[in-house]
Design a protein around this ligand. Structure first.
Ligand code: FMN
Length: 213
């Protein structure tokens, strides 16, 4: 895999912000150039779920996340919700890949309908039309027929639908292990190298013996 890459990352107002923050941490550690966007609902979830207050102004937000995750100078840029002059708003300068993590059903529906009504929706729309990787990490349960049809529409348009559904076959010991399982799969889809946990088959484990009755 080729590092560093240019990655757009968006947080929306679904539960599971921990996945998004860990993804940001790993992207910056990989030396990727990161464009970060987040919705007002994501700011509410950050307060509710993780007791974090995200700055509302892009420059303050870039300073906040850069300090939190030890970004290199200029490595992280945060764009405002309607910054239509930003690079991510145009197909003439798209990122290598984009992830929306977590992705609310609202943003999912807007993407499926092609609304492009804010910068997150527009940046996602650009990735689809430019045939660049767009990874969506949708979170809701149970899923309605509308949610499922929106996911199918987006999968048919080229998006990767990657639900945060960690496997348990690696014997996770903590919530961080579960988060890393999902983040590793997202990084794989974005083409960003990582060492988050062993890969299946790399170290063969003996299968547990099944006692016969
Ligand atoms: C604490 C909290 C948790 C939420 N969890 C979810 C969720 O898991 N999935 C979802 O689709 N919406 C969830 N919502 C509702 C969305 O935030 C809401 O639909 C919002 O309009 C999404 O806007 P956005 O897509 O612009 O971020 C949650 C809201 C709050 C406050």
């Amino acid at each position: 895999m080729s590092n560093p890459r240019v990655i757009t990352l968006a947080f929306t107002g679904a539960s599971g912000l921990q996945y998004g923050l860990r993804l940001l941490d790993c992207l910056l550690a990989s030396r990727a150039q990161v464009y970060l966007l987040y919705s007002p609902a994501a700011q509410i979830v950050a307060r509710q779920e993780m007791a974090l207050t995200f700055p509302s102004q892009p420059a303050a937000a870039a300073a906040y996340f850069s300090e939190r995750y030890h970004a290199q100078p200029g490595q992280l840029t945060v764009f405002g919700r309607e910054d239509w002059l930003s690079s991510v708003a145009s197909g003439s300068n798209p990122a290598d890949a984009m992830a929306i993590c977590p992705c609310s059903m609202g943003t999912l529906g807007a993407l499926a309908a092609g609304l492009a009504d804010n910068l997150i929706e527009r940046a996602g729309d650009v990735m689809l039309k430019e045939r660049r990787p767009l990874v969506l990490v949708p979170r809701e349960t149970p899923l309605s027929a509308i949610h499922l049809e929106n996911m199918l529409t987006l999968a048919r348009a080229g998006a990767v639908i990657l639900p945060p559904a960690p496997g348990f076959y690696g014997h996770p010991q903590s919530i961080n292990d579960l988060v890393d399982f999902v983040v590793a799969r997202i990084l794989d889809q974005l083409g960003v190298g990582h060492e988050l946990g062993p890969r299946w088959g790399a170290h063969r484990l003996p299968l547990p013996t099944i006692e016969r009755a």
